[in-house]
Design a protein around this ligand. Structure first.
Ligand code: UD1
Length: 341
């Protein structure tokens, strides 16, 4: 059985990826510092798959902790590195926290690959590296733009750190997945997104409003240059996103890579506006959402969606979940968390 390390494995994307990996026969070892998640997630993963992943409460930004853990857990062939701070707004307020966590974390992971002979890395990157692209959809060759936040900057810097490191370590391979907007939850309603406090992202805000936790969703602007005036994003189902990681790991395991470091856009290829997403939610769930149009949110881009040709052809991966199903899963998860029947 192939052994894989998932950092940040109790988080939103990490937990869903762990489930998919286990269901495909991988032995998963999780490290997480639980700064934005809880150990209960391990029990819920176990309930879904019937297999308890190995878990270590480890901060990957602390090299000693990481290395001590890996000394006791040898035989890992690949790492999927999710562990990072991810709140865009917070990153503007406390930039050093973001540079310290996200960059030290990656450096420690790369050093661990050398030290423990782990050849393959999947890195969580983001479409944020493209800023507001001039041409849509965005391909992997679209220009990288100056980051709008320290969070976004850590993604760009980390891509460069990986590039420089693999160049001088020919035995190492890496794939950076540039995610578009991950949404949804596991169909079992046992795992999903659990934002701390008031959600900054759209879908948790929608489901919390529908659950009565928030009074009203603010739609940030309807004066953009889009068909209905609200911004457009590429919302990717969390299970589809999880599966992209497995395709990336298999590509490296099977020596199918054309370059030591490759980049893939992970989205659906379809852009949806905020109002279209709200409609999809209402249609899927039968719940009427209380929302109002307010002013633009600073730093928001107008529109972005992925060209997924490269991922479709080279990774052999394609997003398949219909958006209504994704929104229904997100709602069922919210109902589970909120105790709504
Ligand atoms: C942001 C980050 C992205 C990060 C993602 C998930 C940028 C440019 N993008 O994406 O890197 O990976 O968060 O953490 O930094 N909206 C509302 N009302 C709300 C919340 C959102 O109308 O209460 C709208 C926004 O204006 C936007 C869309 O919903 O048009 C999606 O917003 P959000 O879920 O926050 O994701 P992004 O800003 O696209």
């Amino acid at each position: 059985m192939k052994k894989i390390l998932v950092t940040g494995g109790t988080g939103f994307i990490g937990s869903h990826t762990t489930v998919e990996l286990q269901q495909k026969g991988y032995e998963v070892v999780i490290v997480d510092n639980l700064s934005n998640s809880s150990e209960d997630v391990i029990d819920n993963i176990t309930k879904i798959t019937g297999i308890k992943p190995t878990f270590g409460k480890v901060d990957v930004a602390d090299k000693q902790q990481l290395f001590d853990f890996l000394k006791k857990n040898q035989g890992i062939q690949s790492i999927i590195h999710f562990a990072a701070s991810k709140a865009v707004g917070e990153s503007v307020q406390v930039p050093l926290k973001y540079y310290r966590n996200n960059i030290n974390g990656l450096i420690n992971i790369l050093e661990a690959m050398k030290e423990f002979n782990i050849p393959n890395l999947v890195f969580s990157s983001s479409c944020t590296v493209y800023g507001q692209p001039e041409k849509l959809p965005v391909t992997e060759q679209s220009p990288i733009q100056e980051a709008l936040s320290p969070y976004g900057n850590t993604k760009q810097i980390n891509e460069e750190i990986i590039r420089d490191f693999v160049k001088v370590n020919p035995e190492l391979h890496a794939i950076a997945l540039r995610y578009f907007n991950p949404v949804g939850a596991h169909p079992s309603s046992l795992i999903g997104e659990l934002p701390l406090g008031v959600p900054a992202n759209l879908v948790p805000y929608i489901t919390q409003t529908a659950a009565g936790i928030r009074e009203c969703l603010s739609v940030f602007g309807n004066d953009y240059d889009t068909p209905d005036g609200t911004p457009i994003r590429d919302y990717i189902d969390i299970i589809d996103l999880a599966d992209a990681h497995i395709a990336a790991v298999q590509r490296m395991e099977n020596n199918k890579q054309k370059k030591q470091l490759e980049f893939f856009n992970i989205g659906t290829g379809n852009g949806l506006s905020v109002l279209q997403l709200i409609n999809a939610f209402e249609k899927a769930t039968g719940v009427k959402l209380n929302y109002k149009i307010v002013g633009r949110r600073e730093g928001d881009i107008e529109k972005i969606w992925a060209d997924t040709k490269f991922a479709n052809e080279e990774l052999g991966w394609k997003a398949v979940a219909p958006i209504e199903q994704t929104m229904l899963n997100a709602w069922n998860w919210q109902k589970h968390v909120s105790g709504i029947k």
